[in-house]
Design a protein around this ligand. Structure first.
Ligand SMILES: Cc1ncc(COP(=O)(O)O)c(C=O)c1O
Length: 387
C-alpha cells in the first residue's frame, strides 16, 4: 500500500495523449503549445499577457529583474511562505524585509504592512515592491493591499502559486486585477501541473515584453535589422534559459481544462474536514473570510501542542507509521539559517508566523484522495487527541 501524501498530481489518459502527441510532432520546445497554453491562461485568469516559464521560482526571479530590483531596494513579503520570493529578492542584491501575517488567514497583514512602510519612511527607506502570497489558496485582502500600493507607490506582486482557481469577490481574475504581476507554479503538487513549470501573468505590456526577452537569455529577434544577417538575434539584457517545453505546455492545457473538476473535489474534501474536525478541543480548522472562494491547495489545521502529551514531531511520526505523510507549511523564512545569519533575524521578530508554524499541520487534500482515506486521517486525529 503506497502512503497518502499531503498533495498529489492527477494525470489521466487525455493528459498522456496530449503529451505523447506533442512528443511525436516536429517541435518539442518553443512550438505552438507554449503559445496556446499562454493564451488559455490569459483567458481563464482574465489578464492581457502571460509568459510561461520553467518554474514558479523562475517566474519570481524574472519578475524581480524586470521590475528592476537592485541593491538597497526594500521588498516586503510575509515570512510564512515558500522561500522562492525572498530568494529572488536576494538574487538581485535587494533587501528582503518581512511583515507578519494576519493570524486568521495566515496572509500578509495590511495593517502591519502600513506600519512597517511608515517606519521605513522615517528612516528614508522606500518600499519598491510587496510580494503577497495567497496562502493555502485563500486570497489576501487585495483591496487594502491595492490601496496601500497606490498610497505609497510600490509594485504589488501576487505569489498566486497556491490559489490557482480561487476567487475574490466572485472573480477568478482578481489576481491580475489587483497586482501588477501574478506568479503561478505548476509544480507536481499544485492545483494543476506541468511537472515543473510556472508563469507570469500581467496587464502591463512593458513588464511582459521584458519577461519574454529575459526568459530566453536576454535575446531579442531583430530580423532584418540585424548586424549579423545569419543570426538575427541581439542580446540586450543578461537573461536566462527559463523556457518551458512544448510537451509540458501540452500537459498544462489538458490540466487547465480539468481545473474546475479538481477544485470541486478539493472543496468537497475541505467540507468533510470542516464538518468532522470543527468541534475538536485544541484543534483549529482554517478560517475562510467573506467574499472568498478558497482553492484549498492546502488544508492546514492548528493543534495546540502545549496542551498535548506529545509534540508536533511525535504527532507527524504517529501518522507516518500509519502511512500518512503530513506536511508543514512553512518553516518561517526568517528562521532559515541563511536568512538568520545574513539579516540577523530573531525567532520572535514575527510572532504570528512562528506561533502558526509551531501548531500547523497540512492534511492530505488532492483529487484522488478517497473518502476512506479522509476518514482514516480524521479518526487518527481524533484518537490521538482523545476525542
Ligand atoms: C507560495 C509558493 N511560491 C513559489 C513557489 C515556487 O514554485 P516552483 O516550485 O515552481 O519553483 C512555490 C512552490 O513550491 C510556492 O508554494
Amino acid at each position: 500500500m503506497s502512503p497518502i501524501n499531503y498533495n498529489s498530481h492527477y494525470i489521466d489518459s487525455n493528459d498522456i495523449k496530449a503529451v505523447v502527441s506533442t512528443l511525436k510532432g516536429p517541435r518539442i520546445t518553443q512550438g505552438f503549445k507554449v503559445k496556446e497554453f499562454e493564451k488559455k491562461l490569459s483567458k481563464k485568469f482574465k489578464c492581457k499577457y502571460c509568459s510561461v516559464v520553467s518554474s514558479g521560482t523562475a517566474a519570481l526571479h524574472l519578475t524581480a529583474i524586470s521590475l528592476g530590483f537592485k541593491k538597497k531596494d526594500v521588498i516586503i513579503s510575509s515570512p510564512l511562505t515558500f522561500l522562492a520570493g525572498a530568494n529572488s529578492v536576494n538574487y538581485c542584491g535587494a533587501q528582503p524585509v518581512f511583515v507578519d501575517i494576519d493570524p486568521e488567514t495566515q496572509n500578509l497583514d495590511p495593517k502591519k504592512l502600513e506600519k512597517k512602510i511608515q517606519s521605513l519612511r522615517n528612516k528614508n527607506e522606500k518600499v519598491k515592491a510587496v510580494i503577497a502570497t495567497d496562502y493555502a489558496g485563500h486570497p489576501c485582502d487585495w483591496k487594502s493591499l491595492k490601496k496601500l500600493s497606490l498610497k505609497y507607490n510600490f509594485y504589488l506582486i501576487n505569489d498566486n502559486c497556491h490559489a490557482i482557481g480561487a476567487k475574490y469577490f466572485k472573480d477568478i481574475g482578481y489576481a491580475a486585477k489587483y497586482a501588477d504581476v501574478v506568479i503561478h507554479s505548476y509544480h507536481a503538487v499544485k492545483n494543476i501541473t506541468t511537472g515543473e513549470g510556472g508563469s507570469v501573468l500581467t496587464n502591463n505590456k512593458k513588464i511582459y515584453d521584458k519577461i519574454e526577452i529575459l526568459r530566453n537569455h536576454g535575446l531579442v529577434n531583430i530580423k532584418k535589422k540585424s548586424f549579423n544577417k545569419n543570426w538575427p538575434f541581439e542580446m540586450r539584457y543578461l537573461g536566462y534559459n527559463y523556457r518551458i517545453t512544448d510537451f509540458q505546455c501540452a500537459l498544462g492545457i489538458t490540466q487547465l481544462a480539468k481545473l474546475e473538476k479538481f477544485l470541486i473535489k478539493r472543496k468537497k474534501i475541505a467540507k468533510i474536514y470542516f464538518q468532522k474536525l470543527r468541534n475538536i478541543k485544541n484543534l483549529k480548522v482554517p478560517s475562510v473570510k467573506e467574499n472568498i472562494d478558497h482553492s484549498f491547495h492546502l488544508f492546514p489545521i492548528q493543534i495546540d501542542f502545549k496542551k498535548q502529551r506529545f509534540n508536533k514531531s511525535q504527532f507527524i511520526s504517529y501518522f507516518k507509521k500509519r502511512k500518512i505523510n503530513l506536511q508543514v507549511h512553512y518553516f518561517p523564512i526568517h528562521m532559515q539559517p541563511y536568512y538568520k545569519k545574513k539579516f540577523k533575524f530573531k525567532k520572535n521578530d514575527f510572532l504570528n508566523s512562528v506561533k502558526f508554524y509551531e501548531s500547523a499541520i497540512s492534511l492530505p487534500i488532492f483529487y484522488e484522495l478517497k473518502k476512506s482515506d479522509i476518514n482514516k486521517v480524521v479518526n487518527l486525529i481524533k484518537k490521538k487527541l482523545n476525542n
